[in-house]
Design a protein around this ligand. Sequence first.
Ligand SMILES: Cc1ncc(C[n+]2csc(CCOP(=O)(O)OP(=O)(O)O)c2C)c(N)n1
Ligand SMILES: [Mg+2]
Length: 296
Amino acid sequence: MKLLDTLYYKILLIRKFEELLFSLFEKGKLSGTTHTYIGQEATGVSLIENLGPNDIVISNHRCHGHYLSKTGDVVGLLSEILGKKNGVCKGRGGSQHLYSKGFYSNGVQGNMFPVSAGIALAEKWKNSSNLTVIFIGDGTLGEGIIYETLNMISLYKIPILIVVENNQYAQSTPIKDNFAGKIIDRLAGFSIRVEENETTDAEFLYHRYKKLIKSIKLLNEPRIDIIHNERLGPHSKGDDERSSEILNKIKEKDPITVLKKKIDLITQEKIEKEISILLSKALDKVNKMENSFNLY
Ligand SMILES: Cc1ncc(C[n+]2csc(CCOP(=O)(O)OP(=O)(O)O)c2C)c(N)n1
Ligand SMILES: [Mg+2]
């Protein structure tokens, strides 16, 4: 597949997967909660598309997009979220607590940050060329453990790529009400090279990450990358106080809209059909699986 087609396929797969989750909630077939990556998909997809199979991805509560980009494991994730015994974590991790080879996520904000530094340090001590990437949100910069860990990452020159996905909100609190100063200024205080971009253009991000990853692997040093974007969906399910005017503005930057302008219509339709078939087959398969817990 051509690069643009691959990026479109992967972004659309995440989007349709998460839209399916919302429809399952509406039908009462899914309980608990979920945090979708809707509107932010370009970052994870374009970065992870540059990684090798042994590179390590560490995520947070908003992890489905990162997981699908790393593993492509639709059935494993869907069955996990639906609490099935065949889920990637036997239906006990749910939407937020996932483990698969080279992938870790946890719903406790900031909790995986020191763990990721430890994982990256272990890779350094093993002289491996595997890169560790951690994704955190802007709101998580309110956790003190982030700064203790950044201090160690810098002092020990731990090769890790820290991606801060600033979607401008910590749950329902806008960044202007919870964050003093600028993210880049705060993070620059640790003598770790930091860059920032405001974009949802997966093609641009793909080429940027190619260079950045090459440079980290060559220099064996940490880097921080801040991506300013916005989520199109609610924080979890339905908890969105933003006006339709604001949401319409964000829709203009939807990574799918951005990519559609670069791909011919026939290819778009082919990919859309492929994904629709893949997801409906996955759901059929998962529906036949045994539940991990019998709650009722
Ligand atoms: C230690 C901890 N406190 C509170 C929560 C509840 N919580 C879940 S997500 C979230 C906001 C996270 O904001 P951010 O880091 O910006 O990530 P985003 O949800 O915007 O992707 C909060 C407060 C939590 N999961 N863990
Ligand atoms: Mg946020």
